[in-house]
Design a protein around this ligand. Structure first.
Ligand SMILES: [Zn+2]
Length: 67
């Protein structure tokens, strides 16, 4: 699978946090407050963005646990 190896050299993903809002519930590890984090993932081919998608994550402020 040489093609696959080639792709990983040119393609990389950028992860950028767009916004953070306080979420309901507590952290499963430390019981601290959690936030609803909007993350934008962008796949880059050299410097050209190929695609991007936004998703939500629940992230703990204390221990950085995420679900
Ligand atoms: Zn935590």
């Amino acid at each position: 699978m040489t093609g696959r190896r080639m792709r990983s050299n040119f393609c990389k993903q950028k992860r950028r946090i767009k916004s953070t809002t306080p979420a309901k519930g507590v952290c499963g590890i430390c019981g601290g407050p959690v936030s609803d984090v909007k993350v934008k993932n962008t796949a880059m081919l050299c410097f050209i963005p190929l695609w991007w998608k936004t998703h939500h994550e629940i992230l703990c402020k204390n221990c950085e646990w995420s679900d």
